[in-house]
Design a protein around this ligand. Structure first.
Ligand code: AHG
Ligand code: MN
Ligand code: MN
Ligand code: MN
Length: 331
C-alpha cells in the first residue's frame, strides 16, 4: 500500500477475497457486521438521550445468566438483520439460548457478543461488538452446533468493534491483526494500522481487583508480586488499568501492550470466570495471537480448548506474550 493512501475496509476486503468464494463469504459477513456496528455506534453516541437503552429488559436473564439491557437486544437484532443476505447459515449469540438460523444456503457460522460492556452503556465509556467466524459445511457437520463448538483454532476470521471516541474495528482474517477506524466524514472504515504487534513485555495489568478474596492461590500470588513493585520478585513497578468493557481493555493492549485477566473464582457461577469461550475468549485469543501476543486459561492455550456448551465460560488471560507466560507459570 502506498504511503499516505487511505485504504477502505471495502477495498481491503475485495483485495483479500480476490475471486475466492470462501473468502468472499467471510468478506460479506465482515461487511455486514461492520455496517451493523455503525448503526449501533450511532445509538451508543446518543448517550443519555436514549436512556432506555441502558435499562434492564424484563425479568429473565439471558442464557449466560446476565441481566439483559435494552441495547444488548437491539444490537443483536441489528446484527441478525445485517447478516440475513450474507452466506451465514447460523448465528450463536450471547443473547440467545439457541443458535439462530440465518441463511439456509450459508457456508459460515458466526458467534457474536452483540454488545460487550453492558454495564458501561449509560456511563459514556466504550462498549463494543465481538465476532468469530467459522466455516460451515452441512454435509460435514452433524449439526450446526457441531460447527460452532470447535476449538478456536478453527476460526477463519474474528474481530471486534469498539464504540468509543473513535469507532474502531480490530480484525484478523488469519494472517495478522489490523485496525480500521471509521472516518466520520465519509462513514467508511479506513485502515489505520496493519499487522499490529503487541509488545511482548509489559508493566500494565487489568483485573477486577474487587474479587481478590475469591481468587485461587496462583492468581493471588501473581497480583501480590505485581503490587510488590521494584522491591518484589518481579523487580519492576506495575500500573493497573481496567475499563470493564473487554473490547476497550483489549484495544489498549493492542495499542501499547499489557495483560487482561479474568480468572475463575470461588463465587457461585464464577468457577470458570466471567468471559464466554465461543464469542469472547476465542475471537480475542485469535486476534491476540495474530498480533504476536498470548491467550490462555492459565494452563491451556485458549484456541485449543474444545467447547462443551455454546455459552460456557472460561478463565481468560491475554495480552503481552512474556507476561502471559509468566502468569501461566504461577499455575
Ligand atoms: P458483557 O457485557 O458482554 O456481558 O461482557 C462483560 C464482560 C467484559 O466486557 C468485562 O471485561 C467483564 O465482563 C467485566 O466484568 P466485571 O463486571 O466483573 O468487572
Ligand atoms: Mn452480558
Ligand atoms: Mn462481553
Ligand atoms: Mn454482551
Amino acid at each position: 500500500m502506498a504511503a499516505g493512501e487511505s485504504v477502505t475496509l471495502e477495498a481491503y476486503l475485495d483485495r483479500w477475497a480476490g475471486g475466492d468464494a470462501d473468502r468472499g463469504a467471510v468478506a460479506a459477513a465482515v461487511r455486514a457486521i461492520s455496517a451493523a456496528g455503525v448503526g449501533i455506534a450511532d445509538l451508543v453516541a446518543r448517550g443519555p438521550l436514549e436512556e432506555s437503552l441502558a435499562k434492564i429488559r424484563g425479568v429473565d436473564p439471558n442464557a449466560g445468566g446476565d441481566a439483559q439491557k435494552e441495547l444488548d437486544v437491539v444490537a443483536e437484532e441489528r446484527i441478525i438483520a445485517a447478516l440475513m443476505p450474507t452466506p451465514v447459515a447460523f448465528l450463536a449469540s450471547e443473547e440467545s439460548e439457541e443458535l439462530i438460523p440465518v441463511n439456509p444456503a450459508g457456508r459460515l457460522v458466526v458467534a457474536v457478543d452483540p454488545l460487550d460492556g453492558s454495564s458501561n452503556i449509560d456511563t459514556n465509556v466504550s462498549v463494543g461488538t465481538i465476532y468469530s467466524i467459522l466455516p460451515y459445511d452441512a454435509a460435514a457437520h452433524a449439526s450446526p452446533k457441531d460447527a460452532v463448538m470447535r476449538p478456536g483454532r478453527h476460526q477463519v476470521a474474528a474481530g471486534f468493534l469498539a464504540y468509543g471516541p473513535a469507532t474502531i474495528l480490530v480484525a484478523t482474517f488469519g494472517a495478522g491483526t489490523h485496525v480500521f477506524v471509521q472516518d466520520r466524514a465519509s462513514g467508511a472504515f479506513l485502515l489505520a494500522r496493519e499487522n499490529v504487534e503487541i509488545p511482548a513485555e509489559t508493566k500494565e495489568y487489568g483485573v477486577n481487583q474487587s474479587n481478590v478474596r475469591h481468587w485461587d492461590a496462583p492468581m493471588k500470588g501473581y497480583i501480590e508480586d505485581c503490587l510488590a513493585g521494584k522491591e518484589g520478585p518481579r523487580g519492576k513497578d506495575f500500573n493497573m488499568r481496567w475499563v470493564g468493557s473487554m473490547v476497550a481493555d483489549a484495544f489498549r493492549i493492542f495499542t501499547r501492550g499489557g495483560v487482561y485477566l479474568y480468572p475463575g473464582d470461588k463465587r457461585k457461577g464464577y468457577a470458570e470466570g466471567r468471559l464466554r469461550l465461543i464469542y469472547e475468549a476465542n475471537p480475542v485469543a485469535f486476534l491476540t495471537e495474530q498480533a504476536k501476543g498470548g491467550a490462555t486459561d492459565g494452563r491451556t492455550r485458549i484456541l485449543d480448548i474444545a467447547p462443551h456448551h455454546i455459552h460456557q465460560r472460561i478463565p481468560l488471560v491475554f495480552g503481552s506474550k512474556a507476561e502471559v507466560e509468566t502468569i501461566a507459570s504461577y499455575y
